[in-house]
Design a binder for this molecule. Structure first.
Ligand code: PMP
Length: 286
């Protein structure tokens, strides 16, 4: 059965869905996106993703394609039509098709392009990776300065994942001015003497929806949290490390640049936070 995707108001088999060659998402990476996880056929933290989408659009003076209620309805319809039990819904909004190539933003009458599709990942919450933990390498962060906007400019993160693969690792943590900013597609954390340390929010990192939820659960569980930059050396000397993202949830990190973290196995704080996150998220899923 062919996947049903959504493009500009229509539900179509993926082979029939098209976007113009003049679309600014294609020509200029002039677009933003969101990835919302699905567990048990329900959406995890949809409200958080919708709110961040609205912020990304507004920071780029891009029109919203529809309201949140309609967005939720489209997400649910795709989950339903594609029989998604566990997986993700990918959403992208671009500044649309002005009919030609020009650096200047088009006039207001050019409608944004809205595309959504599902990715099925049966059993994604029971990932064997969570038992083994990730190996990461460090790479310089050479991305642009507005990483708080979730744009589709993902070339450097893609290159980072390839650098990690070439080094026999699973992912890369990016470093700027001596401190870790974030992972290629996730937020980065270390744990030292029971305190969870993660970089503070700014324009330098994406404000992860999973990060917000995990820090909230950590506070509710009386865990200490410090939001500040940390170095690779500090991370290598930490008791534990982990990452968060909508598709990986909370995922332990067990090695950084070849140095084992703590015992070199997933630590108790990361394990506990993963459990709490999955439990609470499933309970609140829509
Ligand atoms: N940082 C970056 C650079 C990312 O690409 C992502 C995932 N899109 C995250 C952090 C994690 O964000 P979220 O928890 O909202 O998936």
């Amino acid at each position: 059965m062919s996947r049903i995707v959504y493009v500009n108001g229509a539900y179509l088999p993926e082979e029939e869905a098209t976007v113009s060659i003049f679309d600014r998402g294609f020509l200029m990476a002039d677009g933003v996106y969101e990835v919302t996880s699905v567990l048990g056929g329900k959406l995890i933290d949809f409200a958080g993703h919708a709110a961040r989408l609205a912020r990304s659009l507004s920071e780029l003076q891009m029109a919203a394609p529809c309201d949140d209620e309609e967005l939720l309805a489209i997400h649910r319809e795709l989950v339903e039509r594609n029989g998604i039990e566990d997986g993700m819904v990918y959403l992208q909004v671009t500044r649309g098709n002005p009919g030609d190539r020009d650096f200047a933003f088009p006039a207001d009458d050019v409608a944004p392009t809205l595309v959504l599709f599902t990715q099925s990942k049966p059993g994604m919450a029971e990932s064997p990776l969570a038992e083994r933990g990730l190996k990461v390498i460090s790479i310089p962060d050479v991305r642009w300065g507005r990483r708080d906007i979730k744009t589709v400019q993902l070339l450097y993160p893609s290159m980072g994942k390839m650098m990690a693969k070439a080094a026999g690792a699973d992912d890369a943590w990016m470093v700027e001015e001596g401190a870790v900013t974030e992972g290629t597609s996730n937020n980065a954390y270390i744990v030292k003497d029971g305190t969870i340390i993660t970089r503070h929010l700014s324009e330098e990192i994406l404000h992860g929806i999973t990060r917000a939820a995990v820090l909230r659960f950590a506070a509710e569980a009386q865990m200490q949290v410090e939001e500040r930059p940390f170095t690779i050396e500090e991370a290598q000397a930490a008791d534990e490390a982990f990452i968060t993202s909508a598709s990986m949830f909370v995922m332990p990190v067990v090695e950084i640049d070849g140095a084992a973290i703590g015992t070199g196995t997933p630590g108790p704080v990361a394990r506990r936070l993963r459990e709490i996150y999955l439990e609470e998220s499933r309970a609140k899923a829509v």
